[in-house]
Write a protein that binds this ligand. Structure first.
Ligand SMILES: NC(=O)c1ccc[n+]([C@@H]2O[C@H](COP(=O)([O-])OP(=O)(O)OC[C@H]3O[C@@H](n4cnc5c(N)ncnc54)[C@H](OP(=O)(O)O)[C@@H]3O)[C@@H](O)[C@H]2O)c1
Length: 294
């Protein structure tokens, strides 16, 4: 299979490259400088030139707070550009795998969200991603995978921020009343590869990293893992605070746990394990930090 990965230099894009490299599939890894997905002419000519069997769209505008002041750009990348990809795959009969987010939900649910549950995004980012889902649905063959709280050794994410701040601060206030599911980008990449290899019916599916928790609990686990890996790692004092004490430009859902049962039932893809991935990711991040200091 020939697979085109867009947004190949983001954290999911890099994990997709790692995963597909092991698989023997032919991979065209296109970062933003190779393929700006907002450029419709370029998308069409690039896709026609490479004729992939599948496109995995890992490109996105992902700054949740900044999106509140840059809504046009967020919609351009997260929605209009997805229309370019859907149109291009339809021209060559290819398959579009598009990644979306738990932030399409408003967090009012008391049980994990299923794919059939009503969406109601709270901020511009979630709204733009929801609009992108509608564009992806215009592909004749598509799968949308909603994921949540992605972390990895690459790029910027909560885990890397915690490790950095842990080194710098004596204490940290972390939100305790937003509940979600951390998802290792490597687990998501493996799931997306399985989707590409054995596509389920066109539709929307949920995938996340297993056990749900609060940001505070996630931070605690990260620091426990770091100190276990590196005896002189200083754990800051963690202060669990309510969201109301940490106002951000974008509102976030209080509860955005995704039920991944449909993907498992349809094609046997089981949820990931953020707890299982944590040690290896923290180890890589700590090593990078050490070499940056030297
Ligand atoms: N991060 C999360 O917690 C999270 C949670 C749920 C769902 N998701 C979704 O998961 C997917 C992957 O997210 P991620 O965490 O890997 O994000 P990321 O690390 O921010 O990567 C996104 C990539 O898209 C690229 N990009 C931005 N605009 C582009 C354009 N016009 N054309 C081509 N590439 C462009 C970015 O390039 P630059 O670096 O040059 O801007 C970046 O490399 C996204 O669809 C995101 O919405 C993320």
């Amino acid at each position: 299979m020939r697979v085109l990965i867009t947004g190949a230099c983001g954290q999911l894009g890099k994990c997709l490259q790692d995963s597909f490299k092991e698989s023997g599939h032919e991979v065209i890894a296109a970062g933003r400088s190779d393929l700006d997905i907002t450029n419709s002419d370029l998308v069409e000519s690039f896709v026609l030139a490479h004729e992939p069997d599948a496109i995995i769209n890992a490109a996105a505008y992902t700054s949740v707070d900044k999106a509140e002041v840059e809504p046009d750009l967020a919609f351009k990348v997260n929605a209009e550009a997805v229309a370019n990809l859907a149109s291009a795959v339809n021209k060559i009969g290819a398959f579009l795998i598009h990644v979306s987010t738990d932030y399409v939900f408003d967090g009012a649910s008391t049980r994990p969200y299923r794919e059939i549950d009503s969406v109601n995004p709270m901020g511009v980012y979630g709204k733009s991603k929801l609009a992108g889902e509608k564009e992806a649905e215009k592909a004749k063959r598509y799968v949308i995978v909603r994921a949540a709280w992605i972390f990895s050794e690459y790029g910027s994410n909560f885990l890397k921020t915690m490790v950095r701040l842990g080194n710098e601060r004596d204490s940290l206030a972390i939100v305790k009343d937003q509940i979600g599911t951390p998802t290792y980008a490597g687990d998501l990449a493996a799931a997306l590869r399985a989707v590409a290899e054995n596509p389920p019916l066109s539709g929307t599916y949920h995938f996340s990293g297993g056990k749900h928790c609060s940001w505070y609990e996630f931070a605690r686990k990260i620091f426990e893992t770091c100190v276990d890996l590196k005896a002189d790692f200083q754990i800051p004092v963690l202060d669990p605070i309510p969201t109301s004490d940490f106002p951000t430009p974008a509102k976030r859902p209080a509860f955005s746990v995704l039920d991944g049962g449909l993907l498992e039932a349809r094609v046997g893809i089981r949820e990931g394990s953020w707890c299982g991935a944590l040690r290896a990711v923290c180890s890589k991040v700590l090593q990078t930090d050490d070499s940056a200091v030297q």
